[in-house]
Design a protein around this ligand. Structure first.
Ligand code: MIC
Ligand code: SF4
Length: 645
């Protein structure tokens, strides 16, 4: 008999349906859910549409952390809607200013061994405290709140054996950047990652959470650490020791792949523009002039990170050519930093203290100047995500970030010649949950101002597809390409307005936009099709990257591969995800061609292979070989127009 992985154990303990065999579809019970405001409005509109009176989970919480710029009434209207709908449905509401969802959730609500589903792709941060935490579209999270199990493909598990301990100035971010350099940011769909080995005990929960957080950039279903003495120490300091239990894989657990990492051999790393998988050592890129440094985001904004930064900046001044912005991950972190004097060091050094929100990470302010380099501790550096066109964003550890802020050049922190500040887990974190509003017991009126729309209506997929190829794309198309966030975040609860910006980054000036072209095809009674190479839909969980194209009449995405959360969102909103049998099939297509799939309903029900025809602009026809990978249930679902139907 071979032993079990921790991922396997947690899935088994929550199994509702299916077999624990790699690749087979399983349904699991979800204990906790989290939403953030940018995806939460749609999730709650969907929950309302389902007629759910009270949520059925052990704990559901809504955080306001993404969209707090409040330029115009839209954000504030969203907050009013969310606070009232949470009160009415039995959901905790974390007010703006309380912190970034993933940071606060680990601090205050994460429980080892529980399942967590969140409408945000970095929900796996919870794996740092031993949860099986997964990102999903808002509709899947709404279903989980309604008490429905969550469906996933039983993952292959990659065991990462950690040995040794990190050297000074090398930190958790360098661990996950190393993992990204090995596994890459595409081709990992269907995998989960599990950390084990002697090195694990040298990492505290905040460090583990940095590592599991950026597992999202690998594209894996989740990343998990065991729950051990270090987990207990963290929970004790949060006053929550009672929810601790020991959790680990069996000693003879069998992994589908094992990667060995000696922590003592790691060096500072950087993800270079414009993908988190584009990793080099900091030494390789050192010396590049930098105009801006940003320390924060759900990846690196814990007390551990910021105490280190404050200690390094003590008595020093930020380089005159650099603007340094710091966004503490939570109100707990910010308050403790102010009590221990760290905040004073930061202010004296010339930092700009930003709100405890996502902010610059999602292009909400602090965009860099054109043609200059921004160095950030965030997890994503997709092109234009900072809010500046053709930006150059490097992702690094807080150690590298602070060293860079001091020198004005990308700097390996080991070359600073400063002693590495020592970190000790506090005996007691400052616990104050007063910014989390508890739900009401009685009737609550849901506040719905005029900028709050309704989920769009859906129709079934036509029996015969006669579609125009609206766009032909390359590999690694992210949901930021599909549905930009930043300045447009405020339109998240208004689909007709937000849909105007679909694929905005590919629009050419003076020519009709993607939205205009798609709507014209839709209004002529045909469907829109988008084709792409590998790893379509990387990045965020935003279901708007499916809802808005669907609203514009896109009914098929054909790619070489599609990322997990995005594929699920497409199905949920009636867009058929199809795959080319090989790269040669993609080569047959150009933008403006027609793709015909006769009898798509029958073809999808009868098997996985799909025969289609490309009709070129001159009328010539080429056979096109496609396939799908959906279960019979999902075939029925997508063809009838998705889950809302
Ligand atoms: C992101 O980091 O891209 C976001 C913004 O947090 C998204 C969610 C969203 O688009 O609202 C994510 O990671 O899922
Ligand atoms: Fe917020 Fe950035 Fe984390 Fe997304 S990645 S949750 S935008 S901090």
């Amino acid at each position: 008999m071979s032993g079990k992985t921790l991922v396997g154990k947690i899935i088994e303990a929550h199994l509702v349906k299916g077999k624990c065999e790699v690749g087979s579809e399983v349904e699991i019970r979800i204990d906790q859910t989290l939403c953030q405001d940018a995806t939460g409005t749609m999730a709650f509109l969907e929950l309302e549409a389902m007629g759910v009176k009270r949520v059925k989970t052990e704990l559901s919480i809504q955080y306001i952390d993404h969209n707090t710029s409040q330029m115009g009434p839209e954000n504030a209207n969203d907050h009013l809607y969310l606070q009232s709908v949470c009160a009415s449905k039995g959901v905790l509401y974390s007010r703006p200013g309380n912190g970034i969802c993933h940071q606060v959730h680990v601090e205050r609500y994460g429980v080892p061994g529980k399942t967590l589903l969140g409408s945000d792709s970095h929900t796996p941060t919870g794996g740092g405290i031993g949860m099986l935490a997964m990102g999903a579209g808002g509709l899947d999270v709404a279903l989980a709140m309604a008490g429905e199990p969550f469906k996933l493909s039983y993952p292959k598990v990659c065991g990462i054996r950690l040995t040794g301990s990190l050297k000074p100035w090398v930190s958790a971010k360098d661990v996950i950047l190393k993992v990204l350099s090995i596994l890459g940011s595409k081709g990992n769909v269907g995998w989960a990652v599990e950390y084990f080995g002697d090195g694990v005990k040298t990492l505290s929960v905040p460090e583990r959470a940095t590592i599991t957080n950026m597992g999202a950039e690998l594209g894996v279903t989740s990343s998990v650490f065991p729950s051990d003495e270090a987990t207990l120490a963290f929970l004790k300091a949060e006053g929550r020791a009672d929810c601790w239990k020991e959790l680990k894989a069996d000693d003879d657990a069998v992994y589908d792949r094992v990667i060995d990492i000696d922590l003592g051999e790691l060096v500072p790393m950087a993800a270079c523009p414009s993908n988190p998988g584009n990793v080099k050592t900091v030494a390789e890129v050192a010396g590049l002039p930098v105009s801006q440094v940003m320390i924060g985001s759900c990846t690196n904004s814990s007390l551990k990170d910021l105490r280190m930064v404050a200690a390094v900046l003590r008595g020093r001044t930020v380089h005159p050519d650099v603007e340094l912005g710091i966004a503490p991950g939570s109100r707990q972190v910010l308050t403790m930093l102010s009590l221990d004097g760290g905040l004073t060091n930061l202010l004296a050094a010339g930092c700009r203290i930003l709100e405890s929100t996502c902010g610059p990470c999602i292009g909400q302010g602090f965009s860099p100047a054109n043609g200059t380099i921004s160095v950030r501790t965030n997890n994503r550096n997709f092109l234009n995500r900072t809010g500046t066109k053709n930006d150059q964003c490097y992702l690094v550890s807080p150690e590298t970030a602070v060293a860079t802020a001091l020198t004005g050049k990308l700097t390996d922190p080991r070359t600073l010649g400063i002693d590495y500040p020592e970190w000790k887990m506090p005996q007691q974190f400052l616990v104050d949950d007063s910014m989390v509003v508890k739900p009401s017991c009685g009737d609550v009126e849901i506040v719905r101002k005029e900028t709050i729309g309704a989920p769009p209506s859906v129709t079934s997929v036509p029996q015969d597809i006669d579609g125009e190829v609206l766009l032909k794309l390359g590999e690694k198309i992210t949901t930021d390409h599909i549905m930009p966030a930043g300045a447009y975040l405020k339109y998240r609860s208004n689909i007709p307005v937000y849909a105007k910006y679909v694929f905005e980054c590919f629009n050419e000036s003076g020519k009709p936009t993607f939205a205009e072209r798609a709507a014209a095809v839709r209004d002529s009674g045909r469907v829109g099709i988008v084709v792409a190479a590998e790893s379509y839909g990387q990045g965020s969980s935003r279901e708007h990257a499916a809802i808005c194209p669907m609203y514009l009449g896109v009914r098929c995405i054909i790619a070489l591969s599609i990322e997990r959360i995005h594929a699920a969102n497409l199905i949920n909103f009636g867009i058929v995800p199809l795959y080319f049998d090989s790269a040669c099939e993609l080569d047959k297509i150009e933008q403006g061609d027609t793709i015909r799939i006769d009898g798509i309903h029958g073809q999808m029900k009868d098997g996985t292979s799909i025969k289609a025809t490309v009709v070129k602009k001159d009328g010539s026809k080429i056979a096109l070989n496609l396939h799908h990978n959906l279960s019979a249930e999902d075939v029925a679902l997508v063809l009838k127009g998705g889950r809302l139907a």
